[in-house]
Design a binder for this molecule. Structure first.
Ligand code: ADP
Ligand code: GN1
Ligand code: MG
Length: 380
């Protein structure tokens, strides 16, 4: 459980004279951001929160107020302005829904600087601030059927609330984000270059992935039969905040990849991150498998709020999404491993390889259980 108490950063002494160089740099960023976003810079203090792989997320506090501040990863998001415009457009749409009583989750809101900007440039870095959603926690592994249903239902309510949002107004902040054929192309390039001579350490895994590249064609065919939707595109379990009071859903967060897409990807990413009893970088591959009871709870939770708008072809596409997501994210981890770990945050040199093996094991489990999982969806 990634649990951030509102007073947790105050446990550290703000003006510790033994600060390391990195600590001093953090302290100076804290003071500048506090100034920009209207906190008391004399008392400002930051601490890292969350387990995201892309941005650097911190809690900024001054003893009275708390804000989430994020340094945006500009290698991944080369146009941070567009990312903020997308997230703010969704924020406005959801706020409207909340006002007319049709959206009850908390909404991720951007905070403006005193001069009305939503991005602060410090050197080459871009920072933004979000309202801190207190009394909440995120999870990296789903603990129960109830939790799966709660989280999936919240993602379903989010998808439903975006049903009348014109997806075409969103910038393509990462073009081809869920284009498997393009991801296979990127993998082939990384493998041909093999810049770090790492392919020799994973020949068997490379072959296993290669044997299933036909999935890309299957996906293209199914995509031509389902509607284009405004999608979240990163519905992993730690992009959901739960209430510390009663475990109910507080908010859908991390709206950075909201773009036009298909619901099969949002469904599939939930299967990828809810169903395994192991974290996505676990090396206990014998334990990596789809928990069918969790799958059933998430399918029920997600489909219920969409019941009036989902098409038959879309419902049928969900199982393909459940296969594609672990396969595609696994392939992206493997590509990054071959490429020298330039994209995802890693903690050791095998990290992306461990994740790729884990995701392939999960993909295999979805394939093995396909008839039973299809029956579960059909029964809803
Ligand atoms: P990343 O893009 O790196 O995944 P996220 O936006 O998902 O970054 O944030 C990382 C983590 O920080 C989340 O999993 C959550 O635990 C915490 N977090 C992010 N935004 C908020 C918020 N507004 N309120 C409370 N916690 C948050
Ligand atoms: C990244 O930002 P985060 O950690 O929620 C990635 C997703 C992957 C995920 C794998 C912008 O998500 O696409 O599915 O890691 N986000 C981006 O855990 O690439
Ligand atoms: Mg995230």
């Amino acid at each position: 459980m990634n649990h951030v108490r509102e007073d947790s950063a105050l446990g550290s002494e703000p003006f510790d004279t033994t600060l390391t160089e990195a600590g001093k740099a953090c302290q100076s960023v804290a003071q500048t951001l506090a100034n920009e976003f209207g906190l008391n810079s004399e008392r400002a203090w930051v601490k890292h929160i969350g387990n995201g792989h892309i941005n650097t997320t911190m809690l900024l506090q001054d003893g009275h107020q708390s804000l989430v501040v994020q340094k945006l990863n500009t290698k991944v998001f080369p146009e941070p302005q567009q990312l903020v415009e997308n997230a703010r457009a969704i924020e406005k749409h959801l706020t409207q829904k909340a006002l007319n009583g049709s959206y009850s989750l908390a909404i991720i809101k951007h905070v403006a600087t005193h001069s009305g900007q939503y991005l602060v440039q410090l050197g080459e870095d871009y920072w933004r601030a979000l309202v801190f959603i207190g009394s909440s926690y995120s999870e990296d592994v789903v603990a129960s059927e109830q939790q799966a249903k709660t989280a999936a239902s919240a993602f379903g309510r989010f998808s439903h609330a975006l049903n009348d949002f014109d997806a075409r107004q969103l910038h393509h902040v990462i073009p081809d984000f869920h284009n498997l054929a393009m991801r296979i192309g990127a993998f082939n390039e990384a493998l041909a270059a093999d810049k770090h001579h790492r392919a020799q350490h994973c020949t068997a895994l490379i072959e296993q992935f290669q044997q299933h590249f036909g999935l890309a064609e299957q996906l293209q065919q199914v995509q031509s039969q389902v509607p284009l939707r405004a999608c979240h595109n990163d519905t992993k379990i730690n992009n959901m905040l739960f209430s510390t009071k009663d475990g109910s859903a507080r908010a859908v967060i991390d709206l950075d990849t909201c773009m036009p897409g298909n619901w099969l990807f949002d469904f599939g990413d939930m299967v990828r991150t809810f169903c395994s009893p192991e974290e996505e970088d676990s090396t206990a591959l014998d334990k990596v498998a789809v928990r069918e009871n969790i799958f059933a709870a998430l399918a029920e939770g997600y489909i219920a709020p969409l019941r009036d708008s989902i098409t038959a072809a879309e419902r049928e596409s969900f199982l393909l999404g459940a296969k594609v997501m672990p396969f595609m994210i696994g392939l992206r981890f493997l590509t990054d491993y071959l490429d020298g770990d330039n994209y995802f945050a890693t903690h050791h040199s095998q990290h992306n390889l461990d994740r790729a093996k884990n995701q392939f094991a999960l993909y295999r489990s979805v394939v093995e259980k396909e008839p039973r999982l299809a029956a579960i969806i059909n029964a809803i």
